[in-house]
Write a protein that binds this ligand. Sequence first.
Ligand SMILES: NC(=O)c1ccc[n+]([C@@H]2O[C@H](COP(=O)([O-])OP(=O)(O)OC[C@H]3O[C@@H](n4cnc5c(N)ncnc54)[C@H](O)[C@@H]3O)[C@@H](O)[C@H]2O)c1
Length: 369
Amino acid sequence: MSAKPLRYGLIGAGMMGREHIRNLALIPGSELVAIADPTNEQVALSIAEAGKHLGQMPRGFADHRAMLAAGGLDAVVIASPNDTHIHVLEDLLKAPTPLGILVEKPVVTTPADCDRLASLAKGYPAPIWVAMEYRYMPPVVELRRAVSTGEIGTLRMFAIREHRFPFLEKVGDWNRFAERTGGTLVEKCCHFFDLMRLVVGSEPVRVYASGAADVNHRDEVYGGRVPDILDNAFVIVDFANGCRASLDLCMFAEGSYFQEEIAATGSRAKIEALIPGPARFWPGAEERGSEIVFSPREPKGPVRRTVHVDESVLKAGDHHGSTYFQHLGFRAAMLEGGPVDVTLQDGIRAVRIGLAAEESARSGRAIAL
Ligand SMILES: NC(=O)c1ccc[n+]([C@@H]2O[C@H](COP(=O)([O-])OP(=O)(O)OC[C@H]3O[C@@H](n4cnc5c(N)ncnc54)[C@H](O)[C@@H]3O)[C@@H](O)[C@H]2O)c1
């Protein structure tokens, strides 16, 4: 890998911002020049993280516009709260010097902003990449390969189960209400809808969801209101090519050994990717291995194996190494003309499925897309 310098600015320096910093530190040539965040404490924590992992001292700004005006950047990483992405993106897309953009999911949170962003970004000359890094978890990469090479026959069903810990506390509690996040099925599940589109290789035509806020955050009150974000749901997605996909989300199931259990079933075999949650929430804080299980219809006898992921990559974040692989791709898109794997269009489509699922859960109706 060339160590050619790539100068980054980070917008939003909270938990995910610091995961980006630790992953950039694993990639030679990454220079974190500046950090913009209105919360002084978060700026200070993230400058310290850059010092510790990158050996660099980025300049701190309270506002991304001041950071952009100061110049000296090739790319920005946007890791501010979901509802701020559109405003930050507007400023970037209108700026005289186009920068590469890696923007956290969900790229936007409302149907109107999906339309607005798509039109604003037309003709933008630098890479815009949406951070849907679950695609890059090494066991998911293996599952994708088994589907695309036809090893399982023709894919008919794609099932994703995520059983995990509740939403964490965030700076300013921005993740407690759907009005700021887009709702749980947008906020966290756009990852899974993106994965469905990618693996199924088709577009969704219909979404049905059943979900509620039943267990978590029931005793919390913000400005007189109890959080409204769903903590459990089933979502069914029908695709144009006849495949069907499902999501089974439970956010009060952190006792589960595997956090994600993903199964692709074709006419000849089933392949499963089993992925543990973040080590820091598991007793002993030990990194656990992910597994792949290949179950042909004939001969019977599933083949199970552990997937190796470098420990330093696992330790750099909460997402089974995927943030690192995503950054490698973004860097190649910036410096070598590599492909943008997760385009703005992909990011917007995943949000639209999430918004339809939220609407379905509210109304009890299936939503046509
Ligand atoms: N890809 C993933 O798997 C993944 C995982 C976690 C979070 N995220 C996404 O990353 C983003 C940040 O989440 P987080 O968990 O780090 O939240 P966080 O609350 O820990 O951090 C958000 C930071 O943004 C700052 N901020 C608020 N308004 C801002 C603005 N206008 N400009 C710049 N900074 C601003 C806050 O002060 C805070 O420091 C969200 O969009 C979230 O959905 C993605």
